[in-house]
Write a protein that binds this ligand. Structure first.
Ligand code: ADP
Ligand code: MG
Length: 237
């Protein structure tokens, strides 16, 4: 496929994915907004509003608004369909950037990542998209280990045509009944305020638009392992 065609294809796919997500987003956003609306009605009625009720009411409004903002932020990053063309991106450079982001996030500071790179290997990607894919998976791995422990990551070239990136953690692994649902928008096992359930749904779409795939398995020796398979770029970065 020509690069121009691949970019167009990626944009069409992104629009389709967005369309699919919009329905679930409407549902997810209207719940907190309805909660905010009824809380405001209670507080505005002024009848029997003690200082404690006021504090609780404001805390609930603030938590619900934070949830809506977290959702719109995640989707805002994803919704840029724009003119971004696909350019060759070095796998190791994207991993370095993702690791730097991880070190700066609260769950990532106490995590040690051992990375075996694939020097020279590159994929065709939108600027920042490979880094986002890797970061989303690394962050989940760090969160699964409650912010401490080690992650083993590896990039390797297979058959001269594909780049395989695997990321393995030493957390509790994934319950078998969740394996099929991980990439659904808004599937999360995290507490309210901790996760949006959009990380892997967006990651799945980003990987698809690069012509790749992602899968999750439980490692035989424990922990979860995510494997991302992408076509190598015919050009160097
Ligand atoms: N490395 C992992 N180990 C165990 N469970 C995981 C891992 N990565 C993802 N998951 C599961 O997949 C769910 C969805 O992940 P994600 O889409 O990133 O949303 P979020 O992180 O906001 O919950 C998580 O809530 C968790 O249950
Ligand atoms: Mg996540």
């Amino acid at each position: 496929m020509s690069e121009e065609k691949q970019t167009l294809n990626a944009q069409t796919q992104r629009l389709a994915a967005l369309g699919f997500m919009v329905a679930s987003v409407c549902h997810e956003v209207s719940n907190p907004l309805a909660a905010v609306s009824s809380m405001l009605q209670i507080l505005q009625s002024k009848r029997g509003v003690t200082p404690e009720t006021m504090d609780k009411g404001l805390a609930s409004i603030s938590a619900n608004i934070a949830r809506v903002l977290a959702i719109t932020k995640k989707l805002g990053d994803f919704s840029r369909v724009g003119s971004d063309t696909l350019v060759p991106v070095a796998a190791d450079a994207a991993m370095e950037e993702a690791l730097a982001l991880l070190r700066h996030s609260p769950s990532g500071t106490g995590v040690h990542v051992q990375y075996a790179g694939a020097p020279g290997a590159a994929v065709l990607a939108r600027s920042g998209s490979l880094q986002e894919i890797l970061f989303n998976v690394l962050l989940n791995a760090a969160q699964a280990m409650n912010g401490s422990g080690s992650i083993e990551a590896q990039s390797r070239v297979e058959g001269g045509k594909r780049l395989i990136v695997s990321i393995r953690d030493h957390g509790p692994g994934i319950p078998p009944e969740h394996l099929a649902r991980l990439f659904e928008p808004f599937f999360t096992t995290k507490q309210a305020g901790q996760g949006t359930g959009l990380g892997l749904a967006i990651t799945y779409e980003l990987v698809q638009e690069l012509g790749g795939g992602i899968r999750a398995v439980n490692h035989p020796q424990g922990g979860a392992c995510f494997e991302i398979d992408l076509p190598l770029s015919p050009r160097e970065p």
